[in-house]
Every structure is written in structure tokens, then in C-alpha cells.
Design a binder for this molecule. Structure first.
Ligand code: DC
Length: 215
């Protein structure tokens, strides 16, 4: 089974996708982590995030895998916490906008789905480009202020909520207006408004929509 989940930064996709995967005994695929890993590697190699050629060279040669917890490995080494740095976060939208970067990463995402015999994948183009045929496709949305509040709580820096909201809105703009695979709600994709809902409530809703057996 493939469950595809998209949505903007901070909509709670990771938390919900991870619990859903556990609930359905499927692998969880954090595709944002793959683009973050490419961005980190572009920086480590002293290359230019604005250059499609530079970023494509990294995307085509980087050795990505996942550990048992679903955390990304770069050439066998943990990508966390480096892939979550502010520098990577501010550059990942630019790097992931290059078509030459997306092609090899999308190929890898599809081959992981085959290798694992199904998955719960979350990102920006899972429902529209990577797994458009998946039976279960969801778009999680929430207001930018709610998303910033959750992110700030997660990071333990509630005083940063305003800066985080601005950063989230900047990434929303870049991710949804880019030429290649922009973030949008595709036809037949079910929209879930997570404003005012806990992660447990969203999970319960998805489980009931998928029709998974109760535990
Ligand atoms: O989900 P995240 O915040 O870790 O994603 C980081 C960035 O990666 C996001 O701003 C856009 C990009 N991304 C993408 O282009 N396509 C995906 N499937 C997942 C993420």
C-alpha cells in the first residue's frame, strides 16, 4: 500500500505520517529530508545552491539511505541534525526547485517504494508527481500562524514564533510558485484542515478514511 501525503512546511505531515506508518506497519519516507541532504552536501562541497548544474551533480552522486527509524543517512552517516540547520532550511527551497535535482531523487523515492513493498511518503509532490496513482492521497493544511506556533514549540523557542512564521511563508511562496512540481492540491486529493486538531485527531481521521482495521 502507498499512502501519499503533501502539504506546506509545518502542517504536521511528519508526525502524522510517522504514526500512520507505524499503525499500518509500513515504512515512512520523509522526502523533505532527501532534499535537505542534497542541500547540506551542496554546502559541504562548497558548491552553489543557485546553480542547477552544481546541485544536479550532488543529487546524481549522493548516497542516500534510511535507518530503521526512517532517518536519512548520507553515505551511511546520520544526516540529522545537520539537515535541520537554519542555513539548510533557508536554502532547501532553491535547491529543490531545480528540475535536474528532482529527477534522480524522484527515481530513488519510487525505487524505495518498490524495495519496501509500500510506504507512507510525505513531501510536496507525493500526491501529484511521485505517486499520483496511490489510492490514498492527502493534503494537510493549516494556517501559517498555527504552523509557526507548532514549529516554535517543537524547537523549544516560543519567542521565535514571528521569525518562524515569516520563514514558513517565504518557503510556502517558493515551494508553491516554482515551475517544477509546485506544491498544490491535485485532482482527487483529499484536503485535511489540521487547524485546531491534535496530531492524534488527524491520525484517527486518516486511519478512518483509509479504512484500516482497528487495533
Ligand atoms: O518537509 P521539509 O520542510 O523538510 O522540506 C524541505 C524542503 O524540501 C521544502 O521547503 C521543499 C522541498 N521538498 C520538495 O521540494 N519536495 C518534496 N517532496 C519534499 C520537500
Amino acid at each position: 500500500m502507498i499512502v501519499a501525503i503533501d502539504g506546506p512546511a509545518g502542517a504536521g505531515k511528519s508526525t502524522v505520517a510517522k504514526s500512520l506508518a507505524r499503525r499500518l506497519s509500513l515504512h515512512f519516507l520523509d522526502t523533505g529530508a532527501m532534499y535537505r541532504a542534497v542541500t547540506l552536501e551542496v554546502l559541504r562541497r562548497g558548491l552553489d545552491p543557485a546553480s542547477g548544474g552544481d546541485c544536479a551533480a550532488v543529487a546524481g552522486s549522493i548516497e542516500l539511505d534510511f535507518d530503521a527509524q526512517g532517518k536519512v543517512l548520507i553515505a551511511g552517516q546520520p544526516g540529522e541534525p545537520h539537515i535541520r540547520s537554519r542555513e539548510v532550511t533557508s536554502l532547501v527551497s532553491a535547491v529543490s526547485a531545480h528540475a535536474e535535482v528532482r529527477d534522480p531523487i524522484v527515481t530513488l523515492q519510487r525505487s524505495l517504494a518498490e524495495r519496501w513493498g509500500g510506504l507512507v511518503a510525505e513531501g510536496r509532490d507525493m500526491t501529484t508527481v511521485v505517486f499520483p496513482e496511490a489510492r490514498h492521497r492527502f493534503f494537510l493544511k493549516a494556517s501559517s500562524s498555527e504552523r509557526a506556533r507548532r514549529r516554535a514549540l517543537e524547537l523549544g523557542t516560543p519567542e521565535d514564533v514571528e521569525r518562524i512564521r515569516e520563514e514558513i511563508e517565504r518557503r510556502d511562496r517558493l515551494d508553491s510558485t516554482r515551475a517544477v512540481s509546485p506544491l498544490h492540491v491535485g485532482p482527487g486529493v483529499r484536503e485535511i484542515d489540521t487547524d485546531g486538531k491534535s496530531a492524534e485527531e488527524v491520525l484517527a481521521l486518516l486511519v478512518s478514511l483509509i479504512g484500516a482495521p482497528r487495533t
